[in-house]
Design a protein around this ligand. Structure first.
Ligand code: ADP
Length: 170
């Protein structure tokens, strides 16, 4: 049984993430999508909310499950019985950071492989933060995030908008 872990912040999950997850399921018997809980960051959605959106989004894929973890990714992956960590690579900007992470993880656990899947062309510009910006200004998110995710983002981001004339929010 070949198991892989697909880690990320998933704040929130996008079709870019889901494409990588789905492609990973074709390469491994089981894929564990894992939300990295980072106390140093302030996410838009709580871990529970991110997990709920992830679980809804992967419901149609048979060999995937979702969870969260704290601490070192390689240790979590090893404890799950994974042989690989699967990550998506977008533009060259992802490369440097991912290269560093992969080498550090290799140093910590040489038996754990990091597998990179290239982002699909249509999702190579897509990130959770770009979608957040889009929703803040009431942009159309169709084809970028699942409808349920967009619905949860709107009330969270549309409130507290700045005055469209450019002045501070009142
Ligand atoms: P984000 O950068 O959107 O906040 P995460 O930190 O949740 O994403 O990233 C988790 C993993 O998913 C990373 O390996 C990242 O490179 C990958 N990923 C994120 N968005 C995409 C995308 N649009 N296409 C392919 N891979 C992606």
């Amino acid at each position: 049984m070949r198991l892989a872990v697909c880690p990320g912040s998933f704040d929130p999950v996008t079709y870019g993430h889901l494409d990588i997850i789905e492609r990973a399921t074709g390469l491994f018997d089981h894929v564990v999508v894992a939300i990295a809980v980072n106390p140093a960051k302030t996410p838009l959605f709580s871990t529970e909310e991110r997990l709920e959106m992830l679980r809804e989004s992967i419901a149609g894929i048979p060999n995937v499950s979702a969870t969260f973890f704290e601490g070192l990714l390689v240790e979590f992956a090893a404890a799950q019985g994974a042989t690989a960590i699967v990550k998506g690579l977008r533009a060259t900007t992802d490369f440097e950071y991912e290269f560093q992470m992969a080498l550090m993880n290799k140093r910590l656990r040489p038996e754990m492989e990091t597998v990179f899947l290239m982002a699909r062309n249509e999702f190579s510009y897509l990130s959770s933060s770009v979608v957040k910006d889009l929703v803040r200004f009431n942009g159309n998110t169709a084809g970028l995030v699942p409808p349920g995710v967009a619905e949860r983002m709107r009330p969270r981001l549309l409130t507290g908008q700045t005055d469209p004339r450019g002045g501070p929010a009142r």
